[in-house]
Write a protein of this length. Sequence first.
Length: 128
Amino acid sequence: MSSPFDYINSINLTKKNLMVDEKSEKEYVPFIVNRGLGYFSDTVLLANEMNVNCHIDSKMQYDFLKGTVKKRKRFSKWLKNKDDQKLEVIKEYFKYSTSAAKQVVDLFDEDQINQMSKSLNKGGCSRK
């Protein structure tokens, strides 16, 4: 069983063919592979081309990328949504949804957020 990261590594570095049967073709996730290749200036256009031509079957996309991407070690940390503490305090204090809290988060300064946070403090130990 191969992960999308195995396919990215195969395209970037090893050039080993991982798509040998139908099962491995179903394990290939074009979105994740294209996202992984989108972090680099020399592969972003190829990844975009595969996103534009998403109707092409997985084997053809994989073969295209494996054949056109130059062999090179590429590694980057994946961007993740960072937890915005301000947003969480506003959501809990006003019982807002995430989208409503995002709309009003800029209306509050640090002191107001700290006051809200103190009023929400229920005591006890906090684990971090």
